[in-house]
Every structure is written in C-alpha cells, then in structure tokens.
Design a binder for this molecule. Sequence first.
Ligand SMILES: [Zn+2]
Length: 191
Amino acid sequence: MTLLDKILSHNEKFVANKEFERYKTTKFPNKKVVILSCMDTRLSDLLPVAMNVKHGDAKIIKNAGAVISHPFGSIMRSILLAVYELNADEVMVVGHHNCGMSSLEPDHILTKAVERGIDRKTIETLQYSGVDMDSFLTGFTVVEDSVRHSVELIANHPLIPKDVSIHGLVICPETGALELIINGYAKKSTT
Ligand SMILES: [Zn+2]
C-alpha cells in the first residue's frame, strides 16, 4: 500500500466516523494572530503546543526557514490577507535553531539536481536567462538576523497598517523554548 493509499483509506474512515466534528471552527483566527514559521517536522505539533496556539487560534504560514524572500511574493500576500480579510492584528515570525535553511548551499543543491537527472544545460539556461541561483537557493547564517530581517520587511511593507504588531521569536526545536527577538508592542510605542 502506498502512502497515498494509506492516507486516502484513513481519510474515508475519518470522515465516516465524523472525527472532524471536534475541529469545527471558522476561518477567522480566535487569537487574531498570523504566525510565520518553518516547515521543520520537529515543529509540527511542538510549536502550537509550546505557544498555546490551539486549533482555530491562528493563521499559520510555513515555508523553509520562516523566510520572506520577496516583499510581493506569496508569503507576504498571505500575511496581508490574514490582516485585511481575516482580522489578524499581530504577526509573529518564529524561526528556529538548527534550521536546514542555515546551511543551504546553492552548489550543493545543484550538484544533487544533476545527480538526480537534471541536465546541466537546463541550469545554465536558467542562469543565463536571469535566474539568480545564488540568492534563490541561499538561506541564512544566523537565525536571529533572518527573523529580524523578516520582521523589518513586514513592518516596513507599504501595505501593512501601522496598528499591526510584528514580533520576532526563535524557538528551540527540542524543548519548544521561545526566545524573544523583537517585541512588536515595544517597537510600536517608540515609533
Ligand atoms: Zn527550519
């Protein structure tokens, strides 16, 4: 049985047994918060439990590294949607220690791509046509700096209203301990 088959067969039972009933909520986050974090599997359950974020409490956006690569990309759009359409009035960027994005090396990934059958010419063509592989496939060195950068990017975004608090945190993927990097309330009162 493939993983997909297993998921589909589990799902049939899940729906038939009405197990979904205890997850009833609305699309509006109860705690009026949007959280941007990393897709790391160690955080799947740990992060919400460690932050006391229950089902229905928050809009949670995840990618590799909790990074915003582009001010007009899909992550920023999701944050704007959460703010304007879903009543979120706080944003929390939550990076984590030992993140895979902190050791990302473009050459390493491209070598693996070639090993997996991607033609080197394809990569060269992309580079010649203006794709900057180095910045596309680069992560960050220090997670605290990356969180700070994302918080600044959101806070200074031309479409983010000034009454939204933008916080920055780093979570330990083993213990769930949070470290406050930027307190968005304090920042708001000084500006
Ligand atoms: Zn990560």
